[in-house]
Design a protein around this ligand. Sequence first.
Ligand SMILES: Nc1ncnc2c1ncn2[C@@H]1O[C@H](COP(=O)(O)OP(=O)(O)OP(=O)(O)O)[C@@H](O)[C@H]1O
Ligand SMILES: [Mg+2]
Length: 233
Amino acid sequence: MEILRCENLTKVYGKGDTCVKALDNVSFSVEAGEFVSIVGPSGSGKSTLLHILGGVDKPTGGKVWIGGTDIHALNEDRMAIFRRRQIGLIYQFYNLLPVLNVEENIVLPHLLDGRTLDRQRLTQVVKSMGLEERRYNFPEQLSGGQQQRVSIGRALYNHPAILLADEPTGNLDRRTGEEIIAMMKRANRELRQTQLLITHDERIALQADRMLWIEDGRILRDERIRVIGGAQQ
Ligand SMILES: Nc1ncnc2c1ncn2[C@@H]1O[C@H](COP(=O)(O)OP(=O)(O)OP(=O)(O)O)[C@@H](O)[C@H]1O
Ligand SMILES: [Mg+2]
């Protein structure tokens, strides 16, 4: 079953001489439960693509459907609700709120949605991210890797149907990075969570079901590595 589809996505930044075409006619579709890695050189449009798929940036042209909803046709309020309920987005540069502590940052999207706090789930996420000692600290008191783990925890807290992760392990040591990927794979297998993961690490990219190569804003290659849900332990 298809869960996500984009058609003819383009994104142009700026105007005239200084304009940059970050995405150039990108189309593909993703099946529910699929784990897709996205690779490509710096500046090739990977983050731009993920932000447009996640509804936090608008395309210049083209459409994105998630579960049949044309997300960029939603008004701002509906889009915010849709995003909070369906999509977990891990940003390349964390995007934590400086005035909130670790726990508050993790549960913020959930509370904004008017839902009650699941204290047990929060404790589980804080623990699995190795942040127990840091739960009441503010982002400026954390290392880059710790901030990254908070942003991963925030994206995982409410089991979103789709997880979009922009270099989630880029600032982590190898062991922590492997633990994060193992956690993501568990959610992929056990909850059939659909995942799109940007990475510069080939070892990580090859653990996905499918790999997309992006260059100059286009999909250069799209290769199936294994059957959907077949991600290795
Ligand atoms: N807000 C912006 N204004 C103007 N140009 C932008 C903006 N954001 C991105 N770009 C340009 O769009 C292109 C794609 O950027 P993007 O961040 O998507 O690349 P990326 O593949 O994620 O790179 P990296 O691997 O370095 O994170 C780049 O040329 C970048 O300079
Ligand atoms: Mg990027």
